[in-house]
Design a protein around this ligand. Structure first.
Ligand code: GTP
Ligand code: MG
Length: 327
């Protein structure tokens, strides 16, 4: 499960969006966190076709911190996997591009401050430790980047360097998406924001959050909104995190799982259970579309649409997997 931090300048609509995405009342306190199902219409189809007793969605956790990028907020956001930057795009004085710039500058400064203090400590240790010297090298490169107002994401790091910087909770290393909080009924086009930014009306979405699904869709459609914000935000987050969804289905349950794009079958098996990765023998694979076309997993198999794949197979979006393993 991935954690997505909702960041933005004060009053940009973070908490409103958080409530809309999670249908959760805000408990107040230091931060709001809620785990929600990743919407996936394929699961209902599989559940019906296979007669599954349970339907289990992939999950994502959203984190909202009152006041945004306060010291508390920065500490919380360091733990997340991705950031959703909310910029206010409604009202006569809206300046979404300016707000985005402000947030980016704050994220840069937060990283700069933490890297400077780590450098100070690291340089002392570096006199006696080779490990610390390597870390200081990484920190110095990171510092130079941030100092020229570039985020850490813009540099090519090798796996070890990435691991170190991630462990550090570097904010500008995290993938991020931009959500423009637009007025009800506004178009999806918001000027001045990067490609791939999405538009949501946080207040409208929060209004429909408690309604049942078809009622909510009708009301949103009345404002020209075709898809609820949750789906949009999660899809954009998956894209930013480079995740794909694979599925498992059967009598017990139909279920969605997430894995990094490019993952091989054993790694995907390991998402389900570490035993399945350790004892991986082969994967039986039927693509979701083939199950739907055939009418069920076993019909797809009967029609020769089931493939047997080995440990080098790269799992594709929408693959349904049955892992054969022995431990
Ligand atoms: N008209 C309108 N008002 C909104 C919208 N989104 C938020 N607001 C209002 O703007 C104010 C601030 O919204 P919040 O969601 O609390 O903003 P926030 O980003 O969480 O603010 P902080 O936690 O204080 O940083 C509230 O009064 C909301 O009702 C919107 O889409 N349309
Ligand atoms: Mg708030």
């Amino acid at each position: 499960m991935k954690d997505v931090g909702i960041v933005g300048v004060p009053y940009s609509g973070k908490t409103t969006l958080f409530k809309a995405l999670t249908s959760a009342g805000t408990a107040g306190g230091r931060s709001n966190q809620a785990v929600v199902d990743v919407p996936d219409e394929r699961l209902k189809v599989l559940t019906d076709l296979e007669g599954s007793k349970k339907t289990v969605h992939a999950k994502v956790r959203f984190v909202d911190v009152p006041g945004g990028l306060t010291a508390q907020g920065i500490a919380e956001f360091r733990q997340t996997d991705a950031l959703c930057i909310v910029v206010r795009s409604y009202g006569p004085d809206a300046d979404p591009a300016g707000e985005l710039g402000t947030v980016e500058a704050e994220l840069l400064l937060a990283d700069l401050a933490s890297i400077e203090s780590a450098l100070e400590k690291g340089r002392k240790k570096a006199r006696s430790s080779a490990e610390a010297r390597r870390e200081v090298d990484i920190l110095e490169r990171a510092h130079a980047l941030l100092d020229s107002e570039r985020s850490l994401r813009e540099e090519k790091w090798d796996e070890d360097e990435l691991k170190f910087l991630r462990g550090f909770g570097a904010l500008t290393l995290k993938p991020w998406i931009v959500a423009a909080n637009v007025a009800e009924g506004a178009s999806d086009e918001v000027g001045g924001l990067p490609d791939g930014s999405l538009a949501v009306s946080a207040s409208l979405e929060a209004e429909v959050a408690g309604m049942d699904e078809s009622e909510a869709r009708d009301l949103l459609a009345g404002f020209g909104v075709e898809e609820p914000g949750l789906g949009k935000v999660i899809r954009a987050s998956y894209r930013a995190l480079d995740l794909i969804t694979f599925l498992t289905t059967g009598e017990d349950e139909s279920r969605a799982w997430e894995v990094g794009r490019g993952a091989k079958a054993p790694e995907a098996a390991g998402v389900i259970h570490s035993d399945l990765e350790r004892g991986f023998i082969r994967a039986e694979v039927v693509h979701y579309d083939d199950i739907v076309a055939a009418g069920s997993w076993s019909d797809a198999k009967a029609q020769g649409r089931l493939r047997v794949e080995g440990k080098d197979y790269e799992v594709k979006e929408g693959d349904c997997l049955n892992i054969r393993f022995a431990v």
